[in-house]
Design a protein around this ligand. Structure first.
Ligand code: NAD
Ligand code: WQD
Length: 336
């Protein structure tokens, strides 16, 4: 297949491109490089032996998108492009509505003009909101607690309405839980700008001595060790889920919302302990207050992904910790 990958130089997109190229698909990446480096392209080629086509563009640029669609027919789109920092979305909601909602709308309009009607969309477990009970099934109520989550839900709704209006549309909205880790080669991985917001990149930077200690947000949660529980998923497993979703859309019409998680909960201290054990390191840490907006426990019911896609995660928490650290060590300052 020939696949248009928006946001393909980003963290998850780059891993998906590796899996797509390895499986023999043709890949065209579009990305405005607002949160990624063009060096990712040669890294993808280093792993796969093939360099994907790349166009630097913003998905809000209608004319530029038309030129890409005019140049050759795509079988499907995987739409990763977007902005994703929860706190920033509270401070600057228009940035989120513009990039995520308007950007997706512009992309889907261009796709419709060119009869490309298969879409795999990067959604998020954030759409479930703070009160959902884990394991969370896809039919749980949605109640995003911040503008970022609302933009993801709005795009899901755009896609649902499109599928309801025209039987040719085939869409998988994949609700990711907590993607972590890196390609096992250590050649591509997550390269956050500035001080990381998320647990795994923060732990890696403490391990590397770039940050002095980890703050563990909350030690009084009603969980076995008092720290909050999440469903961390290896980015390579996640990337493979996108290939399975493309295969599923070959045989199924309409709109499908699917969780991508392991179905297992891991506490912050479980994560720290595993990281220390597999990498033979000590991570200085101290307990601080809960982070506002954090849930006690969020993990997926992963049954639908197994049933619809025939996909299950294969990589372990130890793999996630080992691969994240390998990438960090080989690329202490990211893609420089
Ligand atoms: P990322 O920032 O590494 O990748 C996103 C890419 O999109 C970047 O390369 C960025 O330059 C590009 N981009 C942003 N706005 C754009 C625009 N208007 N036009 C063109 N390109 C644009 O993030 P990621 O972690 O790889 O996330 C990929 C997708 O998955 C995002 O849609 C994100 O919301 C979603 N998601 C991520 C997580 C996570 O924890 N990483 C969890 C759930 C969902
Ligand atoms: C995980 C756990 C923290 C940092 C976020 C987004 C979500 C999704 C994935 C895009 C929590 C604790 C963290 C630290 C800590 N992204 N923690 N010290 O908040 O589950 O999800 O990323 O869709 O929308 O909200 O992930 O990695 O930030 O936190 O103790 O320095 O680690 O409190 O319990 P989160 P996270």
């Amino acid at each position: 297949m020939k696949i248009l990958v928006t946001g393909g130089t980003g963290y998850i997109g780059s891993h998906a491109c590796v899996e797509l190229l390895t499986a023999g698909h043709a890949v065209v990446i579009v990305d405005n490089l607002s949160n990624s480096s063009p060096r990712v392209l040669e890294r993808i080629a280093q792993i796969t032996g093939r360099q994907p086509a790349f166009h630097e563009l913003d998905v809000r640029d209608r004319a530029a998108l038309d030129r890409i669609f005019d140049a050759g027919k795509f079988d499907a789109i995987i739409h990763f492009a977007g902005v994703k920092a929860v706190a920033e979305s509270v401070a600057d909601p228009l940035k989120y509505y513009s990039n995520n909602v308007y950007g997706s709308l512009t992309l889907f309009e261009a796709a419709a003009r060119h009869d490309v009607t298969r879409v795999v969309f990067s959604s998020s477990a954030t759409v479930y909101g703070e009160t959902a009970r884990s394991p969370i099934r896809e039919d749980a109520a949605t109640a995003p607690a911040n503008p970022y989550g609302r933009t993801k839900l709005i795009v899901e709704q755009q896609l649902g309405d499109l599928c309801a209006a025209g039987s040719e549309w085939r869409v998988a909205a994949l609700r990711y839980f907590n993607p972590v880790g890196a390609h096992p080669s250590g050649i591509i991985g997550e390269a956050p700008q500035g001080v990381p917001n998320n647990l795994m990149p923060y732990v890696c930077q403490v391990a590397a001595g770039r940050l002095s200690e980890l703050s563990v947000f909350g030690h009084d949660y009603p969980t076995p060790d008092g720290t909050a529980i999440r469903d961390y998923i290896h980015v390579v497993d996640l990337a493979r889920g996108h290939l399975k979703a493309l295969e599923y859309l070959e045989r199924t019409r309409g709109m499908h919302v699917i969780n991508l998680g392991t179905g297992r909960g891991t506490s912050v201290l479980d994560m720290l302990g595993t990281f220390e054990r597999v990498n033979a390191l000590r991570i200085p840490h101290r307990f601080t207050a809960r982070r506002p907006g954090d849930t006690t426990e969020t993990y997926a019911d992963a049954a639908r992904a197994a049933q619809f896609l025939g996909w299950r995660t294969e990589l372990t928490l130890a793999d996630m910790c080992r691969d994240a650290w390998r990438w960090q060590q080989a690329n202490p300052a990211g893609y420089v």
